[in-house]
Design a protein. Structure first.
Length: 365
Protein backbone atom coordinates (compact mmCIF):
# COMPACT_ATOMS: atom_id res chain seq x y z
CA UNK A 1 0.00 0.00 0.00
CA UNK A 2 1.24 3.46 -0.92
CA UNK A 3 2.20 5.62 2.06
CA UNK A 4 1.57 9.36 1.85
CA UNK A 5 2.55 12.13 4.27
CA UNK A 6 0.60 15.40 4.20
CA UNK A 7 2.49 18.47 5.40
CA UNK A 8 1.53 22.11 5.92
CA UNK A 9 4.02 24.57 7.38
CA UNK A 10 1.22 26.51 9.06
CA UNK A 11 -0.37 23.40 10.56
CA UNK A 12 -3.59 21.57 9.72
CA UNK A 13 -6.39 22.37 12.18
CA UNK A 14 -7.98 19.19 13.51
CA UNK A 15 -9.33 18.95 17.04
CA UNK A 16 -10.74 15.97 18.92
CA UNK A 17 -10.97 13.93 15.74
CA UNK A 18 -12.83 16.55 13.72
CA UNK A 19 -12.07 19.31 11.25
CA UNK A 20 -11.60 22.66 12.97
CA UNK A 21 -11.78 25.08 10.08
CA UNK A 22 -12.36 25.55 6.35
CA UNK A 23 -8.76 24.63 5.51
CA UNK A 24 -8.88 21.27 7.25
CA UNK A 25 -12.42 20.61 5.93
CA UNK A 26 -11.34 21.08 2.31
CA UNK A 27 -8.16 19.08 2.82
CA UNK A 28 -9.96 16.27 4.63
CA UNK A 29 -12.57 16.05 1.87
CA UNK A 30 -9.87 15.84 -0.78
CA UNK A 31 -7.85 13.21 1.05
CA UNK A 32 -10.91 11.04 1.77
CA UNK A 33 -11.78 11.27 -1.93
CA UNK A 34 -8.24 10.21 -2.81
CA UNK A 35 -8.34 7.32 -0.34
CA UNK A 36 -11.57 6.01 -1.88
CA UNK A 37 -10.09 5.74 -5.35
CA UNK A 38 -6.54 4.66 -4.46
CA UNK A 39 -4.83 2.11 -2.23
CA UNK A 40 -3.11 4.65 -0.01
CA UNK A 41 -2.41 5.18 3.67
CA UNK A 42 -2.36 8.84 4.70
CA UNK A 43 -0.17 10.01 7.57
CA UNK A 44 -0.88 13.38 9.17
CA UNK A 45 1.45 15.38 11.45
CA UNK A 46 -0.15 16.41 14.75
CA UNK A 47 0.88 17.02 18.33
CA UNK A 48 -1.78 14.68 19.73
CA UNK A 49 -3.06 11.52 18.08
CA UNK A 50 -6.57 12.05 19.45
CA UNK A 51 -6.92 15.28 17.46
CA UNK A 52 -6.81 13.40 14.14
CA UNK A 53 -9.81 11.74 12.46
CA UNK A 54 -9.50 7.95 12.71
CA UNK A 55 -8.91 7.48 8.96
CA UNK A 56 -5.43 9.03 9.27
CA UNK A 57 -2.24 7.58 10.65
CA UNK A 58 -0.49 9.76 13.21
CA UNK A 59 2.92 11.28 12.52
CA UNK A 60 4.18 12.75 15.77
CA UNK A 61 5.12 16.34 15.04
CA UNK A 62 6.93 16.50 18.39
CA UNK A 63 9.57 14.06 17.14
CA UNK A 64 13.01 15.69 17.76
CA UNK A 65 14.03 17.73 14.72
CA UNK A 66 17.07 15.62 13.84
CA UNK A 67 15.11 12.37 14.14
CA UNK A 68 12.49 12.95 11.43
CA UNK A 69 12.65 9.94 9.10
CA UNK A 70 10.59 10.31 5.94
CA UNK A 71 12.07 7.32 4.11
CA UNK A 72 8.89 5.24 4.65
CA UNK A 73 6.79 7.55 2.45
CA UNK A 74 6.22 7.16 -1.27
CA UNK A 75 4.72 10.64 -1.68
CA UNK A 76 4.59 13.86 0.31
CA UNK A 77 1.63 16.15 -0.39
CA UNK A 78 2.26 19.71 0.74
CA UNK A 79 -0.17 22.60 0.89
CA UNK A 80 0.48 26.16 -0.12
CA UNK A 81 1.09 27.74 3.27
CA UNK A 82 2.89 30.46 5.13
CA UNK A 83 5.51 29.76 7.76
CA UNK A 84 3.97 30.80 11.06
CA UNK A 85 6.87 32.61 12.72
CA UNK A 86 4.93 33.96 15.68
CA UNK A 87 7.17 36.34 17.59
CA UNK A 88 9.99 35.35 15.25
CA UNK A 89 10.14 31.88 16.80
CA UNK A 90 11.22 29.13 14.41
CA UNK A 91 9.11 26.02 15.05
CA UNK A 92 10.86 22.69 15.54
CA UNK A 93 8.60 20.92 13.03
CA UNK A 94 9.81 22.89 9.99
CA UNK A 95 13.38 22.13 11.03
CA UNK A 96 12.39 18.46 11.38
CA UNK A 97 10.73 18.47 7.96
CA UNK A 98 13.79 20.00 6.29
CA UNK A 99 16.10 17.43 7.90
CA UNK A 100 13.67 14.60 7.22
CA UNK A 101 13.70 15.37 3.51
CA UNK A 102 17.31 14.18 3.43
CA UNK A 103 15.88 10.67 3.93
CA UNK A 104 13.00 10.99 1.46
CA UNK A 105 13.25 9.18 -1.89
CA UNK A 106 9.67 9.53 -3.17
CA UNK A 107 7.83 12.22 -5.12
CA UNK A 108 6.37 15.55 -4.03
CA UNK A 109 3.02 17.08 -4.95
CA UNK A 110 0.91 20.05 -3.91
CA UNK A 111 -2.74 20.23 -2.84
CA UNK A 112 -4.42 23.32 -4.33
CA UNK A 113 -7.45 24.63 -2.48
CA UNK A 114 -6.33 28.12 -1.37
CA UNK A 115 -5.66 30.41 -4.32
CA UNK A 116 -3.99 33.01 -2.11
CA UNK A 117 -1.08 30.57 -1.63
CA UNK A 118 -1.07 28.33 -4.72
CA UNK A 119 2.59 27.30 -4.52
CA UNK A 120 4.73 25.66 -1.84
CA UNK A 121 7.66 28.06 -1.33
CA UNK A 122 8.16 27.84 2.43
CA UNK A 123 11.57 26.17 2.23
CA UNK A 124 13.14 28.60 -0.25
CA UNK A 125 11.73 31.61 1.62
CA UNK A 126 13.14 30.36 4.91
CA UNK A 127 16.48 29.60 3.25
CA UNK A 128 16.70 33.10 1.78
CA UNK A 129 15.82 34.70 5.12
CA UNK A 130 18.48 32.74 7.00
CA UNK A 131 21.25 33.00 4.43
CA UNK A 132 20.89 36.58 3.24
CA UNK A 133 23.54 39.06 4.44
CA UNK A 134 21.50 40.86 7.09
CA UNK A 135 20.46 39.16 10.36
CA UNK A 136 17.43 36.85 10.04
CA UNK A 137 16.00 37.78 13.46
CA UNK A 138 14.70 34.27 14.17
CA UNK A 139 14.60 32.70 17.63
CA UNK A 140 15.20 29.05 18.39
CA UNK A 141 16.65 26.83 21.10
CA UNK A 142 18.68 25.25 18.30
CA UNK A 143 21.77 26.69 16.66
CA UNK A 144 20.12 27.92 13.45
CA UNK A 145 23.38 28.58 11.60
CA UNK A 146 24.46 24.96 12.11
CA UNK A 147 21.21 23.02 11.95
CA UNK A 148 19.96 24.95 8.90
CA UNK A 149 23.23 25.36 7.08
CA UNK A 150 23.41 25.54 3.29
CA UNK A 151 24.30 21.84 3.24
CA UNK A 152 21.29 20.89 5.37
CA UNK A 153 18.97 22.85 3.06
CA UNK A 154 20.08 21.08 -0.14
CA UNK A 155 17.66 18.13 -0.11
CA UNK A 156 14.72 20.28 0.98
CA UNK A 157 15.32 22.88 -1.72
CA UNK A 158 15.60 20.09 -4.30
CA UNK A 159 12.29 18.62 -3.06
CA UNK A 160 10.51 21.98 -3.35
CA UNK A 161 11.88 22.49 -6.85
CA UNK A 162 10.89 18.97 -7.94
CA UNK A 163 7.16 19.34 -7.22
CA UNK A 164 5.46 18.83 -10.58
CA UNK A 165 2.07 17.41 -9.63
CA UNK A 166 -0.96 19.36 -8.47
CA UNK A 167 -4.09 17.95 -6.85
CA UNK A 168 -6.73 20.52 -7.78
CA UNK A 169 -9.95 20.83 -5.77
CA UNK A 170 -11.59 23.26 -8.22
CA UNK A 171 -14.05 21.98 -10.80
CA UNK A 172 -12.23 23.75 -13.63
CA UNK A 173 -8.76 22.24 -13.37
CA UNK A 174 -7.43 24.17 -16.36
CA UNK A 175 -6.85 27.49 -14.64
CA UNK A 176 -4.04 29.98 -13.99
CA UNK A 177 -3.11 28.34 -10.67
CA UNK A 178 -2.41 24.92 -12.19
CA UNK A 179 -0.27 26.24 -15.01
CA UNK A 180 3.34 25.09 -14.79
CA UNK A 181 2.62 21.68 -13.30
CA UNK A 182 3.35 18.63 -15.44
CA UNK A 183 0.45 16.67 -13.95
CA UNK A 184 -2.87 18.08 -12.72
CA UNK A 185 -5.32 15.70 -11.04
CA UNK A 186 -8.82 16.64 -9.94
CA UNK A 187 -9.49 15.75 -6.32
CA UNK A 188 -13.14 15.65 -5.28
CA UNK A 189 -12.66 17.71 -2.15
CA UNK A 190 -15.64 20.05 -1.99
CA UNK A 191 -18.39 17.52 -2.73
CA UNK A 192 -16.89 14.97 -0.32
CA UNK A 193 -16.48 17.47 2.51
CA UNK A 194 -19.64 19.54 2.20
CA UNK A 195 -22.16 16.74 1.82
CA UNK A 196 -21.03 15.41 5.21
CA UNK A 197 -21.86 18.61 7.08
CA UNK A 198 -24.88 18.91 9.35
CA UNK A 199 -27.47 21.04 7.55
CA UNK A 200 -30.16 20.87 10.23
CA UNK A 201 -31.74 24.05 11.58
CA UNK A 202 -30.11 23.63 15.00
CA UNK A 203 -33.25 25.11 16.52
CA UNK A 204 -36.71 24.10 17.70
CA UNK A 205 -38.57 25.79 14.86
CA UNK A 206 -38.01 26.38 11.17
CA UNK A 207 -38.20 29.91 9.77
CA UNK A 208 -41.16 30.72 7.54
CA UNK A 209 -40.75 32.84 4.41
CA UNK A 210 -42.30 35.91 6.04
CA UNK A 211 -39.83 35.65 8.94
CA UNK A 212 -36.72 35.67 6.74
CA UNK A 213 -34.45 38.71 6.64
CA UNK A 214 -35.09 40.24 3.22
CA UNK A 215 -31.41 40.60 2.37
CA UNK A 216 -28.54 38.41 1.21
CA UNK A 217 -25.95 36.90 3.55
CA UNK A 218 -22.20 36.87 2.92
CA UNK A 219 -19.70 35.00 5.11
CA UNK A 220 -15.96 35.33 4.63
CA UNK A 221 -12.55 36.55 5.72
CA UNK A 222 -11.00 39.86 4.74
CA UNK A 223 -9.04 39.73 1.50
CA UNK A 224 -8.21 43.07 -0.14
CA UNK A 225 -8.68 41.65 -3.64
CA UNK A 226 -12.13 40.28 -2.67
CA UNK A 227 -13.15 43.59 -1.11
CA UNK A 228 -12.20 45.40 -4.32
CA UNK A 229 -14.58 43.12 -6.21
CA UNK A 230 -17.38 43.73 -3.69
CA UNK A 231 -16.84 47.47 -4.06
CA UNK A 232 -16.90 47.23 -7.85
CA UNK A 233 -20.23 45.40 -7.65
CA UNK A 234 -21.50 48.20 -5.41
CA UNK A 235 -22.48 45.93 -2.51
CA UNK A 236 -19.69 46.53 0.02
CA UNK A 237 -22.14 48.08 2.42
CA UNK A 238 -25.06 46.84 4.56
CA UNK A 239 -27.83 47.97 2.19
CA UNK A 240 -28.56 44.63 0.52
CA UNK A 241 -26.14 42.25 2.28
CA UNK A 242 -25.45 41.35 5.89
CA UNK A 243 -21.79 40.44 6.34
CA UNK A 244 -20.24 37.96 8.77
CA UNK A 245 -16.53 37.40 9.35
CA UNK A 246 -13.69 39.85 8.92
CA UNK A 247 -14.65 40.75 5.34
CA UNK A 248 -16.66 43.80 6.44
CA UNK A 249 -14.13 45.31 8.84
CA UNK A 250 -13.78 48.48 6.76
CA UNK A 251 -17.33 49.64 7.45
CA UNK A 252 -18.63 47.80 10.53
CA UNK A 253 -17.51 45.90 13.63
CA UNK A 254 -16.62 42.31 12.77
CA UNK A 255 -19.42 39.81 13.37
CA UNK A 256 -17.59 36.57 14.12
CA UNK A 257 -19.05 33.23 13.13
CA UNK A 258 -17.90 29.65 13.76
CA UNK A 259 -17.91 26.96 11.10
CA UNK A 260 -20.77 25.12 12.83
CA UNK A 261 -22.89 28.30 12.80
CA UNK A 262 -22.69 28.90 9.05
CA UNK A 263 -25.75 26.86 8.09
CA UNK A 264 -28.07 28.36 10.69
CA UNK A 265 -26.86 31.84 9.74
CA UNK A 266 -27.63 31.33 6.04
CA UNK A 267 -31.10 30.01 6.83
CA UNK A 268 -32.19 33.35 8.29
CA UNK A 269 -31.89 35.12 4.91
CA UNK A 270 -33.58 35.38 1.55
CA UNK A 271 -30.35 34.34 -0.15
CA UNK A 272 -26.64 33.64 0.11
CA UNK A 273 -24.39 35.66 -2.14
CA UNK A 274 -21.07 34.38 -3.52
CA UNK A 275 -18.46 36.82 -4.84
CA UNK A 276 -15.00 35.87 -6.09
CA UNK A 277 -11.72 37.65 -6.77
CA UNK A 278 -10.92 38.38 -10.39
CA UNK A 279 -8.20 35.74 -10.05
CA UNK A 280 -10.79 33.08 -9.15
CA UNK A 281 -13.37 33.60 -11.87
CA UNK A 282 -11.90 30.79 -13.99
CA UNK A 283 -12.40 28.05 -11.37
CA UNK A 284 -15.95 26.91 -12.13
CA UNK A 285 -18.70 26.29 -9.58
CA UNK A 286 -17.47 27.58 -6.20
CA UNK A 287 -17.65 25.39 -3.12
CA UNK A 288 -19.77 28.06 -1.41
CA UNK A 289 -22.53 27.34 -3.92
CA UNK A 290 -22.58 23.71 -2.77
CA UNK A 291 -22.52 24.81 0.86
CA UNK A 292 -25.39 27.28 0.66
CA UNK A 293 -27.44 25.15 -1.74
CA UNK A 294 -27.21 22.27 0.72
CA UNK A 295 -28.26 24.72 3.42
CA UNK A 296 -31.48 25.12 1.40
CA UNK A 297 -30.90 28.81 0.73
CA UNK A 298 -31.27 30.43 -2.71
CA UNK A 299 -27.74 31.18 -3.86
CA UNK A 300 -26.71 34.09 -6.08
CA UNK A 301 -23.30 34.06 -7.79
CA UNK A 302 -20.93 36.69 -9.09
CA UNK A 303 -21.55 36.88 -12.86
CA UNK A 304 -17.79 36.73 -13.49
CA UNK A 305 -17.98 32.98 -12.73
CA UNK A 306 -20.57 32.26 -15.40
CA UNK A 307 -18.31 31.45 -18.34
CA UNK A 308 -16.12 29.06 -16.35
CA UNK A 309 -18.94 26.82 -15.09
CA UNK A 310 -18.88 23.68 -17.20
CA UNK A 311 -21.67 21.84 -15.41
CA UNK A 312 -24.97 21.99 -17.30
CA UNK A 313 -27.46 24.06 -15.31
CA UNK A 314 -31.16 24.56 -16.15
CA UNK A 315 -31.74 27.85 -17.95
CA UNK A 316 -34.34 28.91 -15.39
CA UNK A 317 -31.79 28.55 -12.58
CA UNK A 318 -29.11 30.37 -14.59
CA UNK A 319 -31.52 33.25 -15.19
CA UNK A 320 -31.88 33.59 -11.42
CA UNK A 321 -28.47 32.83 -9.99
CA UNK A 322 -26.09 35.44 -11.45
CA UNK A 323 -25.72 39.15 -10.68
CA UNK A 324 -23.26 41.81 -11.78
CA UNK A 325 -24.33 44.98 -9.97
CA UNK A 326 -26.15 46.45 -6.99
CA UNK A 327 -29.23 46.96 -9.14
CA UNK A 328 -29.31 43.35 -10.33
CA UNK A 329 -28.91 41.96 -6.80
CA UNK A 330 -31.66 44.27 -5.55
CA UNK A 331 -33.96 43.11 -8.35
CA UNK A 332 -33.33 39.44 -7.53
CA UNK A 333 -34.02 40.00 -3.83
CA UNK A 334 -37.27 41.77 -4.76
CA UNK A 335 -38.38 38.71 -6.74
CA UNK A 336 -37.67 36.48 -3.75
CA UNK A 337 -40.28 38.38 -1.75
CA UNK A 338 -42.86 36.36 -3.65
CA UNK A 339 -43.23 33.11 -1.62
CA UNK A 340 -44.16 31.08 -4.72
CA UNK A 341 -41.13 32.29 -6.67
CA UNK A 342 -38.89 31.73 -3.63
CA UNK A 343 -40.11 28.13 -3.29
CA UNK A 344 -39.80 27.49 -7.03
CA UNK A 345 -36.13 28.55 -6.94
CA UNK A 346 -35.48 26.45 -3.84
CA UNK A 347 -37.07 23.37 -5.40
CA UNK A 348 -35.12 23.80 -8.62
CA UNK A 349 -31.84 24.43 -6.80
CA UNK A 350 -32.41 21.39 -4.56
CA UNK A 351 -33.02 19.19 -7.58
CA UNK A 352 -29.82 20.44 -9.22
CA UNK A 353 -27.58 20.11 -6.15
CA UNK A 354 -28.82 16.58 -5.42
CA UNK A 355 -28.08 15.56 -9.01
CA UNK A 356 -24.70 17.33 -8.93
CA UNK A 357 -23.59 15.45 -5.82
CA UNK A 358 -24.28 12.10 -7.51
CA UNK A 359 -22.64 12.88 -10.84
CA UNK A 360 -19.55 10.93 -11.88
CA UNK A 361 -16.43 13.06 -11.86
CA UNK A 362 -16.21 13.21 -15.66
CA UNK A 363 -19.55 15.07 -15.74
CA UNK A 364 -18.48 17.90 -13.44
CA UNK A 365 -14.94 18.82 -14.49
Amino acid sequence: MKKVLVYSASGIPFKKGKVAGIISEDLDGGLRSLMKSNEIEVHMPARKQEDLPSHYKWFNIKTPSLDWDLSQFDEIIVTGSNLGLFGGVLSDDIVGFIHGLKTFKGTGSVFLTDTTIPKFTVISKLHDRIHKPKPHGLKSELDIATILSEENFKAALAFEESIDKCYCAFFNTDNKFTQGYGTVEFIDSFRTALKDRDYSDRGLFGVDHDQLIQKACYIGNYKPIRVRRLKKLGIYNPDLVDYFGKVSKEFQPVQKIKIDQVVSCYKNYFAAVVVVDNEMNSLGLPHRWIQSALSNVPTILDVSLKDSIKYELPQELKDFMFFGSYRELKSTLEKLKDPKYFQMILDLQTKVINKFLKEPVENIV
